[in-house]
Design a protein. Sequence first.
Length: 418
Amino acid sequence: MANKETDQLYYGWKIVAAILVLLTFTSGLSFYNHAIYLNALATQPAFDVSTASTAVSIFFLTGGVMGLFVAKWVQEYDPRICITAGAIISFLSLSALAYVSTVWQLFLVYAFFGTGFSASSLIPATTLVTKWFHRRRAMALSIASTGLSLGGVILTPLSVLMVESLGFEVAAPLIGVMFLVGVIPVAWIYLRVSPESMGLHIDGETPEPQLETVTSGPSKIIEDGIAFKEARRGKFFWGVSLAYIFLMAAQVGGIAHQYGLAREQLSESETAIAVAILPVFSIIGRLIGGWIIDRMSIRKFAISMMILQAVSLSILAGGSSVFTLCLGLAAFGATVGNLLMLQPLLIADAYGVKDYAKIFSVSNLMSSWGTAMGPAVLGFVYASSGNLYQLPYGVAAAAGAFGLIMFLLGGRIIRSHA
């Protein structure tokens, strides 16, 4: 039953808005900008596409490993401290990226960049949304994670123009400043640890009787779910985690090389517009997805997105016209937004809040093997196939299809909430 907390706007929606802004900057200046950094670095004599792609892989792998420590921190302490540290590390990394001159320097900077991204992005963001929402979790996550794509729409084209007009050495540190300004103020002004820290209940309502009540300090915290040890015994956890290795390899590899793919057919200015197609349709797809998930099986929706990902990457692999390029990027974008949202949502739906940060961080570490592998594999295939992108995107489509198979083998969601 609703109480007086619902008479005003539930503060959780302010958390969602703040996280949307935060993810706009963290994703737009890292996740979507890798294609820009990759191509800028590849023009230097010391680097090529394969080397730059490996650096992006190091970024994601390091972020996955550090995510285990990030999860422990945000579960026990104020996540704003972790987010602030991540933003500062990302700023320093972007500033240093403009001046790397050897391969080991590039790899080292990208390792630090991955650490900063992990500390300031998905793990603290999705953990906060999961703590603040139960019934409207799918919609809250879909709105908050729209920032992942909005960053690509707004900040990636801006970054392209900055690199073209100012040069990479000037643009990279300025992009780092944008990271600081976009993340730290909003985190400290709006984010809060949990509803209980403000004297509220999850969803802004009287807690449901079936949720487990545990006492921590002077206040009672309402938590549902199971421990990581129990979750890892189930087939579903492994099905999701293994599937996302291949799904993320396909997704991140495809995103990292979309700039180069577009440049095969388009001019520099046309490419700057084309790279916005994917994030635009990612936003549209995610918002529609958040509405659909409340009305159908999450598992069925996830399967449909995995199928669409493989099909869209196949279109990009076989396309030979501007129309098929734009069609493939649009369809691929619709899957990007939803698949990124679905991993934390599937885990939260299956395992609840209690040990969410640890369960998601371990699953995210596994999927980071895919995000680390994707750009490098596509870069090596590109180099070995006459510097053309048809075969690399065919490999990405096959990886997406294999991820679908792994997910199907994991079986149905088994809700084991305490």
